[in-house]
Design a protein around this ligand. Structure first.
Ligand SMILES: NC(=O)c1ccc[n+]([C@@H]2O[C@H](COP(=O)([O-])OP(=O)(O)OC[C@H]3O[C@@H](n4cnc5c(N)ncnc54)[C@H](OP(=O)(O)O)[C@@H]3O)[C@@H](O)[C@H]2O)c1
Length: 349
């Protein structure tokens, strides 16, 4: 199969670097174009990028020139990890010019005609692309992946919602510093500290969770009816968002039923063996003190959600802990899986 050429908008940032790393040996996509801000334009990727990943910058992209983020010259498929201050205008410009934009930014996630996608959870929501093209009269498209905190929550809730229905959800997050981009949170603010506020995060998690677990009907997503409350905190962890979650379910279920629902959970990406799909999307840990970011964040290449500490909750019904990699499953890896699903569905032909 001839590889599909792809580009990255915002290639120099934290998420952009993950894209570059994940695309190095991708079997379906070939990275041929990098875009970033004026300060990076015209420089080689090595000169423009302050590489922060532990694995070395792939040799094949080091001398690639960084371009201005304008359509014309960029391949048809672009991944976007732009700062949300500019993503709105730039992504729209690309979609108008006929590009498929697979975005990490929050700007379009809640638009009714834009798919907000987790391929294991709501692959049918991709059908919104047709509505989007009709309504906006453009030949391109924008498809989004969720906020990095919503993804772990929703992946862990999806099998429970399907098997038992959801009534109430409480989630408290402990979010890694890499989630704030680079250079991110100042050392003096976070060292020896926990910051109980991340601008806009709680509202995003609550709204996106309901859209992701909503039902598509007549070209619209009807948001999930359950109640969800999120409290988000920044902690001094490099990568990995940890969440403590309590749920009340609609149908009767035992603790064993929950464990079985998570362990059995497989979906379209696994059936189709999409290249970035984890074999086990949810891994349940039996040890009493796991998951932990230090040991579990890279499970299945950072694409699995790790769940543990499942027990009865005296206020709601059950409580547990979930962990996800914020720049892989919560960002670049999620967008890649979205693109793979779209390719397998014929949206990128
Ligand atoms: N970090 C995470 O865990 C995470 C997870 C999910 C979603 N996201 C979202 O993904 C996006 C990127 O996050 P990040 O953490 O990678 O941020 P970041 O490290 O600050 O990177 C931002 C990128 O945007 C580019 N950029 C900034 N201003 C620009 C402009 N005027 N024109 C063109 N490019 C411009 C930067 O290029 P220069 O280097 O040239 O300035 C850089 O490549 C954000 O919308 C964020 O909310 C992040």
């Amino acid at each position: 199969m001839k590889k599909l050429e792809v580009g990255i908008l915002g290639a120099t940032g934290m998420v952009g670097q993950r894209f570059v790393s994940l695309l190095e040996d991708h079997p379906w996509f070939e990275l041929v174009w990098l875009g970033a801000s004026d300060k990076s334009t015209g420089k080689s990727y090595t000169e423009a990028c302050n590489w922060r990943l532990r694995s070395p910058m792939p040799k094949s992209f080091r001398e690639m020139i960084v371009h201005e983020c304008r359509p014309g010259g960029a391949p048809q498929l672009v991944f976007s990890s732009l700062d949300s201050k500019v993503a709105g205008e730039v992504e729209k410009e690309f979609a108008r010019a006929g590009h498929a934009v697979i975005s990490n930014s929050s700007n379009y996630r809640m638009d009714p005609d834009v798919p907000l996608l987790i391929p294991e959870v709501n692959p049918d929501h991709l059908a919104l692309i047709r509505v989007q093209r009709q309504q906006r009269n453009w030949t391109g498209m924008i498809v989004t992946n969720p906020n990095c905190t919503a993804v772990g929550l929703v992946m862990s809730l999806a099998p429970l919602e399907k098997a038992f229905g959801l009534e109430k959800v409480l989630m408290t997050s402990m979010q890694a510093v890499s989630g704030a981009g680079y250079p991110g949170v100042p050392t003096l603010d976070i060292l020896g500290n926990v910051i109980p506020y991340i601008s806009g995060e709680e509202v995003k998690v609550e709204r996106e969770t309901k859209k992701l677990l909503g039902k598509l009907s007549d070209g619209r997503v009807k948001a999930g009816k359950f109640a969800v409350s999120a409290q988000c905190n920044r902690v001094l962890v490099e990568d990995g968002h940890m969440e403590t979650i309590s749920v009340a379910l609609s149908a009767k279920a035992s603790l064993e039923d929950l464990l079985e629902a998570w362990r059995k959970f497989r979906s379209l990406p696994q059936e189709r063996k999409l290249p970035s799909a984890p074999k086990r999307p949810i891994l349940v840990h039996d040890e009493h003190d796991r998951p932990q970011p230090k040991f579990d964040v890279n499970t299945e290449g950072g694409m699995a959600i790790v769940v543990g500490r499942v027990r009865p909750c005296p206020v709601l019904q059950f409580k547990y802990t979930a962990l996800s990699h914020n720049t892989i499953r919560g960002a670049a890896g999620a967008a890649l899986l979205n693109a793979e699903l779209m390719k397998s569905e014929g949206y990128l032909d």
